[in-house]
Design a binder for this molecule. Structure first.
Ligand code: PEP
Ligand code: MN
Length: 284
């Protein structure tokens, strides 16, 4: 029995004891949690149809298997760009239609769950909402994969208990995503806890992704941490990419441009086979 999980009621369904084999989640032809290594890429925020489509085609060409883009943005300041809302969801659906890439976006409000679910393939719960238990409960009713970001100050146990809400509510298609935690270090935006990856693999059967963009806050650190995440045993990555990071409406300083993203994908493709992981070939 894992020491962190001694209270009988903490988490059960997400634990490795409950299920020995890894959970695999099918998203179109992709199987997340298998030998395949998946990269979810795209802009922090959907800003316009042109920006999203340009990014979508470029990340697909480079080998990403899923497209991300925020329509409802959890911004620290109310004066910052808040996202395009439903218009952003429509652009994501159009980008999926055109490129064939499944799409991922965040939902922040219980009232938007149905709306967001009607447009996207994977629902993202952001760090700030990891312990929004009413939101978790509402999302658990959907038959749709979920990516659950780690809370900014959440322990692994708290994170697993949050994931437990989904399985308890009937949705076991859950991907955990490490995105950095608050520490005393302020050179980086957050401290990316890569040890969480092998730790979660021991504690849980759920797939684990890493987001080195929010995890570092600096685009120069994204590629090295992405490669380290693959080496640490992650099942995939979530990476912010923008055609013009210096003019991005949000998180430009941590976004890779299209060229640097393509270079990272080449490195990942070289490293993956050494670690017995497969990068999925994009057909079409
Ligand atoms: C995001 O992925 O755009 C995001 C806001 O991430 P986080 O919730 O990890 O801050
Ligand atoms: Mn962002």
């Amino acid at each position: 029995m894992d020491k962190n999980n001694t209270e009988q009621e903490s988490y059960k369904l997400v634990s490795r004891e409950y299920q020995r084999h890894n959970t695999q989640i099918a998203v179109k032809e992709n199987i997340i949690g298998s030998k395949q290594f998946h990269v979810i890429a795209g802009p922090c925020a959907v800003e316009s149809k042109g920006q999203l489509l340009e990014t979508a085609w470029a990340v697909k060409e480079a080998g990403a298997t899923l497209l991300r883009g925020g329509a409802f943005k959890p911004r620290s300041s109310p004066y910052s760009f808040q996202g395009l809302g439903e218009k952003g969801l429509k652009y994501l659906a159009e980008a999926r239609e055109e490129t064939g890439l499944p799409v991922v976006t965040e939902v922040m409000d219980v009232r938007d769950v149905e709306l967001v679910a009607s447009y996207v393939d994977i629902i993202q719960v952001g760090a700030r909402n990891m312990q929004n238990f009413f939101l978790l409960r509402e999302i658990s009713k959907l038959d749709k994969p979920i990516i659950l970001k780690r809370g900014q100050c959440a322990t692994l146990k708290e994170w697993l208990m949050a994931a437990e809400y989904f399985l308890y509510g009937g949705n076991s298609k859950v991907i955990l995503c490490e995105r950095g935690i608050r520490t005393f270090e302020d050179y980086t935006r957050n401290t990316l806890d890569l040890s969480a990856v092998p730790a979660l693999k021991n504690l849980s059967h759920l797939p684990v992704f890493v987001d080195p963009s929010h995890g570092t806050g600096k685009w120069e650190l994204v590629a090295p941490m992405a490669l380290a995440a693959l080496a640490a045993g992650a099942d995939g990555l979530l990476i912010e990419v923008h055609p013009n990071p210096e003019n991005a409406c949000s998180d430009g300083q941590q976004s890779l441009n299209l060229k640097n993203f393509a270079l990272l994908m080449e490195d990942l493709r070289r490293l993956a086979p050494v670690l017995a992981r497969e990068m999925v070939e994009q057909i079409e």
